[in-house]
Design a protein around this ligand. Structure first.
Ligand SMILES: [Cu+2]
Length: 156
């Protein structure tokens, strides 16, 4: 009985701690960029947590490693091939996590100005509709083996 009581207290302490740490901002985590060759393309992926109670939008991004940076959505066409469609914005609903990942939304890096190799880091600045720019230093990873459970090695 005592044990159960103790774990209940612990649970409520943990919940309280999570509530207190809830950032009142849009935060990026689990970000990475796909390796690529100079003059080729790459893409950056991440989780964007809108910790505010107001909707926001990702409206663009910039980086010095690419000639152009666009917001894209990959989707399956009727014939089974994938296509990428440029997006004017990616919605970030209030209080929700929005995932940019292979096969879905991503930040497309077009015309790389240099090789991006696993272990490199690139700078990427995200632009939002309702808040200041967010500058990230993003690790480069090889895309091979990144499909499906590839992000696991990176989780705590
Ligand atoms: Cu793309």
């Amino acid at each position: 009985m005592k044990k159960i009581f103790f774990s209940l207290i612990l649970t409520s302490l943990l919940l309280a701690a999570c509530g207190a740490n809830m950032p009142n901002e849009v935060a990026a985590k689990d970000f990475w960029a796909r390796s690529g060759m100079k003059d080729g393309n790459s893409a950056a992926y991440m989780m964007l947590q809108n910790g505010t109670d107001a909707d926001d939008e990702l409206i663009g991004a910039s980086s010095d490693v690419a000639q152009a940076v666009e917001l894209h959505l990959s989707q399956m066409k009727a014939d089974g091939t994938m296509e990428m469609i440029q997006q004017q914005l990616i919605s970030l609903p209030a209080g929700k996590m929005t995932e940019l990942k292979p096969g879905s939304y991503h930040v497309m890096l077009i015309g790389l100005t240099r090789d991006l190799k696993a272990g490199d880091e690139i700078s990427l600045t995200l632009k939002f509709k309702n808040r200041a720019d967010l500058s990230l230093t993003i690790p480069v990873k090889d895309a091979e083996g990144m499909g499906g459970g590839g992000m696991e090695g990176h989780m705590p």
